[in-house]
Write a protein that binds this ligand. Structure first.
Ligand SMILES: NC(=O)c1ccc[n+]([C@@H]2O[C@H](COP(=O)([O-])OP(=O)(O)OC[C@H]3O[C@@H](n4cnc5c(N)ncnc54)[C@H](O)[C@@H]3O)[C@@H](O)[C@H]2O)c1
Ligand SMILES: [Zn+2]
Ligand SMILES: [Zn+2]
Length: 364
């Protein structure tokens, strides 16, 4: 099959037409990819060499089931699906506790393999890795049965792909990870596909104030359209002071969605005593968080939460988000500003790095 291969960190991706994909094994499905959004996590992996190589990136995708393996009951050939990076097993310690986002049997984002170490992909007899546990900048994806969520036939796949990562992550961070309540005050740091989805999630949750910060004017304008009540340009305004002025006591919730560790401290400083900061962004591997003095964190009962894919159970989350979209309460269309064929994948990464537009969707 054809796939965009990243062969070394920092290099451009190369289109190859000789990548082999295995037949689906037990409880696996093969999906013909239709569309895939480009997420900053792909860029972080590509630049930082955070996956074994060669690797197929792309993890925000839709497609149509082509073949099913033994024992598959949830899906059949011809089913339109949204792919998800975390395919919950439903049986492990975390799944049964209702924390499927950290399912121990989901395909590993870190190793870019299934849990048994296989990838189902190869080239010239050598393994090819499935980036961010999907690998959808390719004609086909092999995934677990729960890694592809069936959607109704009338759902436009070129729009629904953003549910795969950005919207599950951003809205899930609000509804599942933080559990924002009506009337809350929310600060969002970074307004890419993820942060703008946090803004929409905060509106769905009934937040009274949604303060949104990003240096890019176009993204602040989109945030206003999505429900931000105030926008801040952090390059010429002090975000903590502005949040204090607007909320009097500090925000109830802050979401770091830019992928910069230093902004986690901005969130901690801008939230009230007892407030919650959620780390949604994925900073480069060499960045750390220091909380000083630690005793103030204790005494002020501040809360700091990690967040993977919005703590979502995708089998529940994808249909729920589609219902919100159908009800006009979630705008997926406006997140997508550019469309490109797979042959322009490197240009799409350049746009992402330069924060041009919001989401690019690649058609396969
Ligand atoms: N936790 C998860 O499961 C998960 C899932 C998907 C993406 N991510 C991560 O979320 C982050 C955002 O992803 P994205 O695709 O939206 O990226 P993006 O590049 O589209 O958006 C990042 C935004 O942050 C803004 N920004 C940069 N510096 C800032 C500052 N000082 N203050 C405010 N805003 C600032 C940029 O202008 C940009 O608009 C990335 O780190 C990505 O890896 C995490
Ligand atoms: Zn992503
Ligand atoms: Zn599990």
């Amino acid at each position: 099959m054809q796939a965009a291969l990243l062969e070394s960190a920092g290099a451009p991706m190369v289109l190859r037409d000789d990548v082999e994909i295995a037949e689906p094994g037990p409880l696996q499905v093969q999906v013909r990819v239709a569309y895939c959004g480009v997420c900053h996590s792909d860029l972080t992996v590509a630049q930082g060499g955070l996956a074994p190589m060669p690797v197929v990136l792309g993890h925000e995708a839709t497609g149509v089931v082509e073949r099913v393996g033994e024992g598959v009951t949830l899906l059949a050939p011809g089913d339109p699906v949204v792919l998800t990076p975390i395919a919950p097993c439903g049986r492990c310690y975390w799944c049964v506790r209702g924390e499927p986002g950290v399912c121990v049997n989901a395909s590993s984002i870190a190793t870019a393999t299934f849990t048994d170490g296989t990838t189902g992909l190869s080239r010239g007899g050598a393994p090819v890795y499935r980036g961010l546990a999907v690998g959808a900048f390719a004609e086909y994806v092999l995934t677990s049965e729960t890694g592809a969520i069936k959607v109704p036939a009338d759902v436009p796949l070129d729009i629904a792909c953003v549910l795969g990562c950005a919207v599950q992550t951003g809205v899930g961070a609000v509804l599942n990870t933080a559990r924002v309540e009506p009337g809350a005050t929310v600060l969002v740091l970074g307004l890419g596909g993820i942060g703008l989805s946090v803004v929409q999630g905060a509106r769905v949750a009934g937040a009274a104030q949604i303060i949104a910060s990003d240096p890019v004017a176009q993204r602040r304008a989109t945030a206003e359209r999505f429900g931000a009540t105030t926008t801040i340009d952090p390059t010429n305004e002090d975000v903590v002071a502005a949040t204090m002025a607007l909320t009097e006591v500090g925000a109830d919730y802050a979401f770091e969605a830019a992928g910069r560790a230093a902004l986690v401290n901005v969130g901690l400083d801008a939230t009230r005593a007892g407030g919650t900061t959620v780390c949604v962004g994925a900073p480069p591997i060499d960045e750390n968080i220091t909380i000083a003095p630690a005793v103030l964190f204790t005494a002020q009962e501040k809360k700091l939460l990690g967040c993977l894919l919005g703590s979502s159970n995708s089998l529940l989350e994808v249909p729920r988000l589609l219902s919100l979209w159908r009800a006009g309460r979630l705008d997926l269309e406006a997140l997508i500003t550019t469309r490109r064929p797979l042959s322009e994948i490197n240009e799409a990464f350049d746009d992402l790095a330069a924060a041009r537009g919001v989401r690019t969707v690649i058609s396969l």
